[in-house]
Design a protein around this ligand. Structure first.
Ligand code: PGA
Length: 226
């Protein structure tokens, strides 16, 4: 059985009270997770401590990381600051590239910072151009990293890419990084998730909107396990 990853990305959402309720509901309802499946929860930074090391059921990640180490960089969170709290860090999400000017060079810097402290990078790409730039990443990326392919039209639109197209993109990525697990993201729900996880080149999914409601996220996990 191949390894599968289900990454929940809360983006810029939830008060602390809402995050606590989500965590309680999720822990109560999530089914036993098979050994080949890894759930990665990526809340906002200030909610990470709600999740970090609380369970064998899920891993915890951040949605972004500073390209610098600790120091005089107001507002940034360095990889070395969260290395004891999280196992994964999302890097280069299209919303960061669009709204915060994140370039391929910055993405490559961030990847280096997290690898240095033993956090696994989850690098996001949304098109063929970015896929070509992936070879800028540190050679160590291939050892611990994950890739999340998310075409722009599918993010938050309610219209996912087809599993076949996503599989074709994953095939292209795999030519650059033969051993790196490739996930698809963009309007994944409990109804369509199995179509993606069944594809031969896909090793899981990134889930935004459908991870915000704990019941929907649990249904999605159940669908993958079914
Ligand atoms: P979505 O977001 O599931 O809401 O489309 C996916 C993502 O941006 O990671």
């Amino acid at each position: 059985m191949k390894n599968l990853f289900i990454l929940g990305n809360w983006k810029s959402n939830k008060t602390t009270a809402e995050a606590v309720l989500w965590q309680q509901s999720f822990v109560k309802n999530v089914p036993p997770i098979l050994d080949n499946v890894t759930i990665i929860l990526c809340p906002a930074y200030h909610h990470v401590s709600l999740f970090a090391h609380k369970s064998n059921t899920y891993a915890t990640g951040v949605q972004n990381i500073s390209p610098f180490d600790m120091g005089a960089y107001t507002g940034e969170v360095a990889a070395s600051m969260v290395k004891d709290d999280v196992t994964h860090a999302m890097i280069g999400h299209s919303e960061r590239r669009k709204h915060f000017g994140e370039t391929d060079e910055i993405v490559a810097e961030k990847v280096k910072r997290v690898i240095e402290v033993g956090i696994k990078p989850v690098v996001c790409v949304s098109n063929t151009e970015q896929i070509k730039q992936l070879n800028m990443l540190a050679p160590e990326f291939a050892k611990s990293g994950l890739l999340l392919y998310e075409p722009l039209f599918a993010i938050g639109s309610g219209t996912s890419d087809s599993p076949e197209n996503a599989n074709a993109a994953a095939m292209e990525i795999q030519q650059i990084f033969p051993t790196v697990p490739i996930l698809y993201g963009g309007s994944v729900t409990h109804e369509n998730v199995k179509g993606f996880t069944d594809q031969p080149y896909l090793s899981g999914v990134g889930v935004g909107g459908a991870s915000l409601d704990p019941d929907k996220f649990v249904s999605l996990i159940r669908a993958v396990l079914s």
